[in-house]
Design a protein around this ligand. Sequence first.
Ligand code: TYM
Length: 330
Amino acid sequence: METVVSGIRPTGNLHLGNYFGAVKSFVKMQDEYNCLFFIADWHSLTTRPKPEDIVESTRIILAEYLACGIDHEKATIYMQSDVKETLELYLYFNMNTYLGELERVTTFKEKARKQPDNVNAGLLTYPTLMAADILQHRAVKVPVGKDQEQNMEMARHCARRFNNMYGVEFFPEPQSYYFSDKALKVPGLDGSGKMGKSEGNCIYLRDDAKTITKKVMKAVTDGGPTAQNSEKPEVIQNLFTFLSMVSEKETYDYFDEKWNDCSIRYGDLKKQIAQDIIKYTDPIRERIVEYSANIDLMDKIAKEGAEKAHESAAKTLKEVRQIMGFRELY
Ligand code: TYM
């Protein structure tokens, strides 16, 4: 059975970008693949969280994973920091990766601009840690959103370079997996291109109806269509992207028609989007509350997940050490 790996940083609650970009695929894939889904707590260190925040935020994400329908009996769910083999592979990949390659990664350049007083080595080597996350399980597919494309390219690069250096066909070149063929970028409703934690424009899965309505009604729009069947400007296309994610096809078609004949009323469109997001996330929110209260269950799931993930990674690292000429660990 093919292996799938993916993770999410625990820097707040899951938002619709995480859900539609990645988690929805996790749920779909767990029936067909050997899936390992983790919480990328080491990756979150680039922004220096407090210890108490790490404990809290990893539990939150775990509860949210479960509430979204990830089943710990089908998939392995674990904390990144519970599997130390990752660090060994990270070291090997760092030795094979050039500074120039890492400096060219767009997310590094963006982060370095946003936090100029904390451009740490972890930020620079973020892609090699991500490659280790994936390749320690020799995964072939990785469900991610569009923003991870460059990191995925780096992961393939790490695999290819290792194989070439040692003349082996050991690591597969992992491919991004998208729920519906195309890479998805969930937009922000504030007119910015992407919904994201650092953009501060998120609708969270645990937001209540009032909060969701408030956020959606504030969405940026324009003066309205001026000619029939015209192309939608980005801010309007963004609203239609939401419709396509949470609404019925007939609803989408209805507003599309209204756009095309210039009779669209943005207030009605936004109300519809808010209503459909609430309908979509309501059952998830209820389950988040239930799981969040069951700390014993979450600790048990994390422990079991750590054991399984460790077993999988240790098997890979044993072979990596042999290939590289290191002794077997005692
Ligand atoms: P993170 O925590 O920023 O986001 C988690 C997942 O959510 C997706 N995502 C989006 N997709 C579409 N539209 C959006 N607006 C949007 N916002 C977030 C991301 O693409 C991602 O799939 N580097 C990763 C975490 C990671 C990882 C890995 C992922 C660490 N190691 C190994 C896969 C495999 C990250 O920061 O994701």
